[in-house]
Ligand binder design. Sequence first.
Ligand code: AMP
Ligand code: ZN
Length: 160
Amino acid sequence: MGTQPGHCIFCDIVKGAAEVSVCYEDTESIAFMDIQPVNAGHVLVVSRQHFESFLDLPKSLGTHLFEVAMELAPAIRKVSGADGMNVIVSSGAAAGQDVYHFHIHLIPRRQGDGFDVRLPFAEADVPDRTVLDMTAARIIGALRDPTRTRPTPRQSAAVP
Ligand code: AMP
Ligand code: ZN
């Protein structure tokens, strides 16, 4: 159920042009039931403005959306009676993103429900500490890079 080029189903939902079951909304965000839930109570927290992914999202909006997710999580747990919850953001095709309009998944989980995002990844090696240290140092360097940018709220590409 991918997004067709030049068309965004979540923008349609925000505009009121597509069917949706809303459980929360405010001026910047909307949260609604995933159309193909992993379990009952699977909610998507979505920005009203179109940003493709986590890496495109202005910091203040990202902070707000995670605050909304934190408000919703206990209510979802109560309603779904779930044992646990996954909070998932997939950013980019390699990460499995299907709809290119930023969203946070709140997925109530039950033992044995068959959905799997298990970590640590069984096929991954445990690298030498020097390798982990080196990667950490490179990230610290990238954080200090003065050319590092994040878009401000109105800088984003318009809805395709
Ligand atoms: P992803 O982009 O991989 O994080 O996942 C996109 C999610 O959006 C999937 O869980 C879909 O079931 C869900 N989805 C796609 N279209 C709709 C829609 N019209 N209403 C609600 N959820 C949707
Ligand atoms: Zn959109």
